[in-house]
Design a protein around this ligand. Structure first.
Ligand code: AMP
Length: 280
């Protein structure tokens, strides 16, 4: 495990000099199978694998769960070892954001809708920390999960707009056997809430069925999905949105691949999931 930025950069620069391809997976830790799958993909694509564990304070709102976000460094170290991670980079808050810190990265348009609307400042924090991590780790490629679809687009935009030489690789959503998308936040769910949380995945399937049967009207799909989710106890809708998967522009009609992105609360826990609806 490396905690110092200076040490991390030294290691990376040495690997680069040796001509080794550095693959990187940024995470907030508390590993689950989703994280491990990203690591396996990164492992295959690079000669060296760096994984960061950093619960990034700048991407949490003041009323959000930064303090109680699940953490288990010892377990993460064990799991990373098993996956053949070369360096687990775990900087402190102070190492990443010293008191005089004042620079932020903002992706103006892609950060606006969906999670950007419900979580003001979230993507500014994400874009900032990822750019910092890229500068520290100097990866040739970085792997991100499609579970955080908007985040993936935001990061791709940072790379494009700021001319970074990092290849962004995406990994499909990894799910529990019953379909619930894996998330560190799933530990917050009581067993009753866990049952209701499954409505999120089921609603994506339901929407896919509707489209298969010929439904093309986004409002109708949204209403059916909403009613379905709300028929389960403890659920509250944050958003249900149908958007162009390339630029997140709203789609009134399903006229090609369409991103259905959903955020709900189950009790106090906020969960997100998504699917690309395809017309056969
Ligand atoms: P996190 O630790 O939640 O910030 O996630 C770190 C990385 O793992 C991000 O690129 C996420 O998109 C990805 N990730 C988290 N959960 C999943 C999942 N269930 N399937 C695929 N990728 C995931």
């Amino acid at each position: 495990m490396v905690t110092s930025i200076e040490k991390m950069t030294q290691i990376s620069l040495k690997w680069r000099k040796e001509g080794q391809k550095i693959a990187f997976v940024p995470t907030m830790g508390y590993f689950h199978e989703g994280h491990l799958s990203l690591m396996r993909l990164a492992r295959k694509k690079g000669d060296r694998l760096v994984v960061s564990v950093f619960v990034n304070p700048t991407q949490f709102g003041p009323q959000e769960d930064f303090e109680k976000y699940p953490r288990d460094k010892k377990r993460d170290i064990e799991l990373a070892k098993k996956e053949g991670v070369d360096v687990l980079f775990c900087p402190s808050k102070e190492e990443m954001y010293p008191p005089e810190y004042q620079t932020y990265v903002e992706v103006t348009e892609l950060s606006r809708p969906l999670c950007g609307e419900s979580r003001p400042g979230h993507f500014r924090g994400v874009a900032t920390v990822v750019l910092k991590l890229f500068n520290i780790i100097r990866p040739h490629l970085a792997v991100f999960g499609e579970k955080d679809y908007q985040q993936l687009l935001v990061i791709k935009k940072v790379v494009q707009d700021l001319n970074l030489s990092v290849e962004i690789v995406s990994h499909p959503i990894v799910r529990e056997i019953d379909g619930l998308a894996m998330s560190s936040r799933n530990v917050y769910l009581s067993s009753e809430e866990r049952k209701s949380a499954l409505s999120l995945f089921k609603s994506l399937k339901l929407a896919q069925e509707l489209v298969k049967k010929g439904e093309r009207n986004s409002d109708k799909i949204r209403k059916i999905v909403r009613d379905f989710i709300l028929s389960h106890p403890y659920t509250k809708i944050d958003y249900i949105e149908l958007r162009d998967p390339k630029n997140l522009i709203e789609k009134k009609e399903i006229s090609g691949p369409t991103l259905l992105a959903i955020a709900i609360f189950v009790g106090q826990t906020r969960l997100i999931d998504n699917i690309i609806l395809e017309i056969d």
